[in-house]
Design a protein. Structure first.
Length: 242
């Protein structure tokens, strides 16, 4: 497994760390608390970026799964797997932050709200996506099964997003990604934008690192990394008789 980071990895890591630091200052110090929800609203600066990054990862899974089925190139499958792993983590984080946010606002850790239920289904679908890879020792067969689940599973992403529009829900309607966005305090908007940027940069860093690990597991040379040459066999000359 390669240990040293390449320049793009170091650049992404530094940029994401700086963005996280700025987002923390903006979200915890500069942005005011919500007039109705109070300090609990600050969880938005983790909850929303985590959900955004999950959407982005699952969109990448969709594109890479289609590309794999068309080209049968395992590089696309590795990209889909790395994106799915991150997306699952971000979906779980979004649910956890939503639960912490809902406790003081709704008075319950969990309610059978359409947004929560569809998000839980999304998490289960992509956990299944990762699980089907182990159903066969055939690497290509596992990739094909995973690609099918990754394509079909993406149907739930727009359902999650528009659930607050299609059904009665405790969640507020979309604030930013809406045809008629609701007004937001500029300081809150700046904190949210920087937090989304930080999560996106960190996600790109994680995926790049994970791809290198997956390539090593498939015994594929990683571009830019030295390849160990096989050692030459040691030849021992026969001893002559005294």
């Amino acid at each position: 497994m390669p240990s040293a980071q390449r320049p793009p990895d170091r650049l992404l890591g530094a940029a994401s760390a700086g963005a996280f630091a700025l987002a923390a200052v903006l979200g915890l110090v500069v942005a005011p608390p919500d007039g109705v929800q109070g300090q609990a609203q600050r969880l938005m600066y983790v909850h929303v970026p985590a959900a955004w990054l999950a959407y982005l990862c699952f969109a990448a899974v969709l594109v890479c799964s289609v590309a794999y089925l068309v080209r049968r190139d395992l590089r696309w499958d590795r990209r889909a797997q790395a994106a799915a792993e991150l997306g699952v983590g971000m979906t779980a984080l979004a649910i956890a932050m939503g639960s912490l946010w809902g406790r003081p606002v709704w008075g319950a850790w969990w309610v059978w709200d359409p947004r929560l239920v569809t998000t839980a289904v999304l998490l289960l679908v992509y956990l299944g996506y990762l699980s089907v890879r182990g159903l066969s020792d055939d690497r290509a067969a596992g990739a094909r099964r995973a690609a099918a689940v990754g394509i079909i599973g993406f149907v739930d992403v727009p359902v999650v997003h528009f659930s607050v529009v299609w059904w009665r829900t405790l969640h507020q309607p979309p604030t930013v990604l809406s045809p008629d966005p609701a007004p937001m305090d500029p300081r809150m908007a700046a904190a949210l934008f920087v937090a989304v940027l930080a999560f996106t940069l960190a996600g790109a860093w994680v995926v790049r690192r994970r791809l290198r690990v997956l390539a090593a597991d498939d015994d594929v040379p990683v571009p830019g990394e030295p390849v160990d040459e096989p050692a030459e066999p040691l030849v021992v000359a026969p001893r002559g008789r005294a």
